[in-house]
Design a binder for this molecule. Structure first.
Ligand code: PLP
Length: 426
């Protein structure tokens, strides 16, 4: 039976609790699970039977969330983990070795730029940042050691839409997986797997949970990549020494990546999602489409209002006709361009600082994807350490603020922006 998105976001992965009949998914607050007998324990440890051993690896509440997100994304399996940044490491880990590299978009969440530029070098991994609108440059950056291409469907700080299909074709030609961070679009607005992506990563901290309560991440596998077509991915295609020589692709077929993520990734890296967090995120997913429709409607209305205001220099929102991505967004995100955008205030740095201070409904925080409207002035916060040139390149120049439009009454948000802009530009 196939169901629509609105049904799946409530039901996928969940069933009445077999022991109590509880209709809502219980929070299985337990570390370990009793084995039926010694043979059962052995079968679980040999991965001959799927079941629960220890909550660093698997937990029934987390398993429901994994199945739900995999279903919404159109994947065969998913592994949840402790944060979006953990999900990025978990996605790359089975693919990479010291000396290998990935090709990534220049337009990424700031924290990801830092993780990729500095921290993963300690693992011996390299990242080449390329403008994803220049397909020749993407092709030219791929070499024999490249093991993945990485980009965001709707990229932070807002307004840039990646041509997922075009980049997926480049990845296919090079026989390497395309990883899409779908955090800011969510599976409701964008389905990267339908557009050719191999893996999808999420910060479930953002829209999937939706109310700014818990950290989490997820890696979804499309099941579409042939890990054995080349010898580039020995952890999946060859005997894996970290699991007594098991060949994951031969044994688990299109679930190889998911099983590897649990049996080795979670087991040895320990970036586990806790069942309480999974519970909050399950609550969030139930209303995902309702919230995203409202985020998009509010963002469109407010972006248009700002664009028409004299105090504003420009607005970068792909839902505006003035955006260079207005046509592309209809292919990549047919239900709307999301809830995130930036705008530049006449009066520069000082006006932005005043604006942020004067807002009453908007909160000044380093987060996005909340029901509450959020604003951040990157140049005085997240991008403070960068030179002005670097700030401009990142779309976070001194006169630019980023907003994550919430689901409040849009007229209240406009009134709040209006009174704060008056104070900021007088
Ligand atoms: C927040 C975010 C991340 C990192 O996720 P955390 O849950 O904060 O670790 C990665 N990518 C994007 C697009 C994000 O917005």
């Amino acid at each position: 039976m196939s169901h629509g998105f609105d049904t799946l976001q409530i039901h996928a992965g969940a069933r009445p609790d077999p022991s109590t009949g509880a209709r809502q998914t219980p929070i299985y607050q337990t570390t370990a699970y009793v084995f039926r007998d010694a043979d059962h324990a052995a079968a679980l440890f040999n991965l001959q039977e799927v079941g629960f051993i220890y909550s660093r690896l698997t937990n029934p509440t987390v398993a429901v969330l994994q199945e739900r997100i995999a279903t919404l994304e159109g994947g065969v399996g998913a592994v949840c983990c402790s944060s979006g940044h953990a999900a990025q490491i978990m996605a790359l880990f089975p693919l990479m070795m010291p000396g290998r590299n990935i090709v990534a978009s220049t337009r990424l969440y700031g924290g990801t730029v830092t993780q990729f530029s500095h921290t993963i070098k300690r693992f011996g991994w390299e990242v080449k940042f390329v403008d994803f609108d220049d397909l020749d440059a993407v092709k030219a950056a791929i070499d024999d050691d490249t093991r993945a291409i990485f980009g965001e469907a709707i990229a932070n700080p807002g307004g840039y839409i990646m041509d997922v299909r075009a980049i997926a074709d480049v990845a296919d030609e090079a026989q390497i997986p395309l990883i899409i961070d779908n955090t800011t679009a969510t599976p409701y607005l964008c389905r990267p797997i339908d557009l050719g992506a191999t893996l999808v990563v999420h910060s479930t901290t953002k829209y999937l949970t939706g109310n700014g309560t818990v950290m989490g991440g997820c890696v979804v596998d499309s099941g579409n990549f042939d890990w054995s077509a080349t010898d580039k991915f020995p952890s999946l295609s060859a005997p894996e020494p970290a699991y007594h020589g098991l060949k994951f692709h031969e044994t688990f077929g299109n679930l190889a990546f998911t099983f590897h993520g649990i049996a080795i990734g979670l087991r040895d890296l320990g970036m586990t999602l806790n069942p309480q967090a999974a519970h909050y995120t399950l609550m969030g997913t139930e209303t995902l489409s309702l919230r995203m429709d409202r985020h998009v409607a509010n963002a469109e209305k407010i972006a248009k209002w700002l664009e028409a205001d004299d105090r504003i220099e420009y607005v970068t929102y792909a839902g505006l006709e003035s955006s260079p991505y207005f046509e592309r967004v209809k292919k990549v995100c047919p239900k709307g361009a999301g809830g995130l955008f930036t705008f530049a205030v006449k009066g520069g740095y000082d006006a932005c600082v005043k604006l942020v201070n004067a807002l009453e409904v908007f909160s000044h925080v380093a987060n996005l994807g909340d029901t509450r409207s959020l604003i951040i002035h990157s140049a005085s916060t997240t991008h403070r350490q960068l030179t002005e040139e670097q700030q401009e390149a990142a779309g976070a120049g001194p006169s630019v603020v980023r907003v994550s439009i919430g689901t409040e009454d849009p007229d209240d948000l406009i009134a709040d922006l209006d009174q704060a802009l008056k104070q900021a530009t007088s």
